[in-house]
Design a protein around this ligand. Structure first.
Ligand code: FES
Length: 107
């Protein structure tokens, strides 16, 4: 079900924003005019992904470097400390829709 998240212009100006909908913290980010929504909780140890780096349709967790595909939630790089890789699960993403200047998330 589509839920209103925020104004599109505000997201364009801030580039990324965390919203809370139905008790879920969701990171919204815009890259190359596409709006992505991903659970703002790293599947490794729960750090906020909003503090990480978003680029080229991915977000990298600042805590231990796990990298996730913003569209599918697939793990692109496992969490690691130095060269030691740690188990990292796929995370949750949501479809988004922009209509009449408003961003909606499909929950
Ligand atoms: S909490 Fe995100 S990589 Fe460890």
């Amino acid at each position: 079900m589509l839920q209103y998240a925020m104004e599109h212009q505000e997201l364009l100006e801030s580039f990324k924003k965390v919203v809370v909908i139905d008790g879920k913290k969701i990171l919204l980010t815009v890259l190359a005019d596409q709006v992505y929504a991903i659970l703002d909780q790293c599947s490794h140890l729960g750090a906020s992904l909003s503090k990480g780096l978003s680029e080229q349709k991915s977000v990298t967790c600042k805590a231990h470097g796990a990298k996730f595909d913003l569209e599918s939630g697939e793990v692109l790089e496992k969490a690691h400390i130095g060269f030691i890789k740690m188990p990292t699960k796929k995370t949750v993403t949501f479809k988004t829709k922009v209509e009449n200047g408003k961003v909606y998330i499909d929950l």
